[in-house]
Each structure stands twice: as C-alpha cells, then as structure tokens.
Design a protein around this ligand. Sequence first.
Ligand SMILES: C[S@@+](CC[C@H](N)C(=O)[O-])C[C@H]1O[C@@H](n2cnc3c(N)ncnc32)[C@H](O)[C@@H]1O
Length: 227
Amino acid sequence: MPNPQQPHGPLRSFGRIKSRPIKARQAALFDSLLPSIAVPETAFDPRSLKPDASAVWVEIGFGGGEHLAGQAAKNPDVLILGAEPFQNGVASALRHLEEAGASNARIHPGDGREVLANLPDGSIDRLFVLFPDPWQKARHNKRRLVNPEFLAEAHRVLKPGGRFRFATDWADYADWSQERVLASGLFAWEAGREGILDTPPDDHLTTRYEEKKLGDIPPVWLDFVRV
Ligand SMILES: C[S@@+](CC[C@H](N)C(=O)[O-])C[C@H]1O[C@@H](n2cnc3c(N)ncnc32)[C@H](O)[C@@H]1O
C-alpha cells in the first residue's frame, strides 16, 4: 500500500545532501534567485512557466549544474527543469545560471521523481540522467535511479518520440540500464545512436562528475526514444 510519507517508495537514490559549507555569495542565491526559479511543488503544466518554449527538457541529478546551465545558455528557447537534492550542487547551479544570465531554467532542490510526479502526461521533450550515483555494490543496486517505476514515470511524462539520455562511467550500470530500458518495452534506441556508445553525442556538455573519472570505464552514453 502506498505510504503518503514516501510517495516514491523507500527507494534511496541519493547520498549526502550537504558537504562543505556553502560560500556566502552562493548561499545568498538561495534567497535572491531560487524562489523566482523554483519548480512548482504541486501539479503544474511546464508550458505555464515559459509559454513560448519550443521544448521542455528535464535533468535529474544535475550535480553542480554545469550541464543544466550550459544547455540553458545554448538553448534559450527551451525550458529546462533540473532537480538535485545536494545543496552544494544547487548553490553551484544557481551561480552558473546567474553567470550565464540564463532565465530559461527552473530548479527543484530535491528529488527529481517529485518533479516527474507533478508533470502532466506527454509534457516533456527530453530527459537527461547523466552520471547518476552508481551504487555499484550489489546490495546497493536497488538504489539505482533506473528501475521499472522510474522508467514508467519517464515514459508517462515524455511525449511520444521524446528522448531519454543516460550516461555513466560504470560498466555494470551501463549494462543494467540497457537491459532494463529495452526490456521495459517503453523505449527504443535513438536512430543513429544504437547501443552503448563511447562517443559523446554532438550536443553533450561535459559534466563535473564525468571529468572526475571515478568509474571503471571511460564515459558511455545511451540515447533512447520514448515509444
Ligand atoms: C554522481 S552525481 C552526478 C552529478 C552530475 N550529473 C554530473 O555528472 O556531474 C549524481 C547526482 O544525482 C543526484 N541524485 C541522486 N538521486 C536523485 C534523485 N532522485 N533526484 C535528483 N537528483 C538525484 C545526487 O545528489 C548527485 O548529485
């Protein structure tokens, strides 16, 4: 039976939410910038946030926000919603957005599954999950973001033909995701980008975690289309 205290079940997909103290300038952005660009916390139509948006993209687990802010700056016509529970990451993303002067991004300082749950069916064009926590120990695999519930929700909010990009530098997580995403029957490979690819897509922007090279393989990308 669903537990109202845990709308997404007991799955724990993230670790720490704060590490080092946040610099004063970044902390100030929590008051000055975040309230004006926060993703609504109840059901909402993303089009209401930017009626002239040519597309709506969502990034879950944006870390320091380099990709989120970079894509927002490169694609000013697109509305990008990002979610990240790690406070230092949110602070960093706010700084990147301010520096980029990007006004087309919205941030949820929390669990990305809450954002998906509040979106209407077929309301987004792209979903990014880039270098998610690998939870590589077998007993922690169940914490991985890519699981049947997440894939069903991703399928629900994406438009038919919408795109889902997953990247990792852990071999087992790449195989795990390929297997589960395709077995779900909800996604297919994006044409021209079939399989687990070690070449970054043309529109990829390098992330901070990717640069750390903490995984057991060089980065790989899996580009899917919602069927
Ligand atoms: C390994 S980091 C990668 C960050 C960033 N994508 C990058 O490549 O630099 C994974 C991030 O996903 C976040 N995360 C994990 N579960 C999440 C969830 N359910 N919703 C939003 N963010 C999540 C974590 O807090 C962490 O910052």
